[in-house]
Design a protein around this ligand. Structure first.
Ligand SMILES: [Fe+2]
Length: 88
């Protein structure tokens, strides 16, 4: 349940972020949306492992999410901030 709720909240966050990028005419929005899709695909793939719902595997799942998200924030999300500074 935790995993599914987390995934749904992440999807909602990505939707909001994509709406924001659209609102500022972000140059690399298509690439950024592809990265979001890739992350969601990887997480959905992890969820296929029924053992992940077992508490013993939740740490593995959380660590995987952390790696995907930290990399995304550091590489792609940061670029939105840099772009925003160029237009304001
Ligand atoms: Fe993003």
């Amino acid at each position: 349940m935790f995993v599914k709720n987390f995934l749904n909240k992440m999807k909602l966050h990505f939707i909001h972020e994509e709406e924001f990028m659209q609102s500022i005419n972000y140059t690399y929005i298509n690439y950024h949306k592809e990265v979001h899709e890739t992350i969601l695909y990887k997480l959905a793939d992890l969820m296929k492992d029924k053992n992940l719902l077992n508490n013993l595997r939740q740490d593995y799942f959380i660590n995987s999410i952390r790696q995907y998200l930290l990399k995304h924030i550091d590489e792609e999300d940061r670029q939105i901030g840099i772009f925003l500074k160029t237009i304001t």
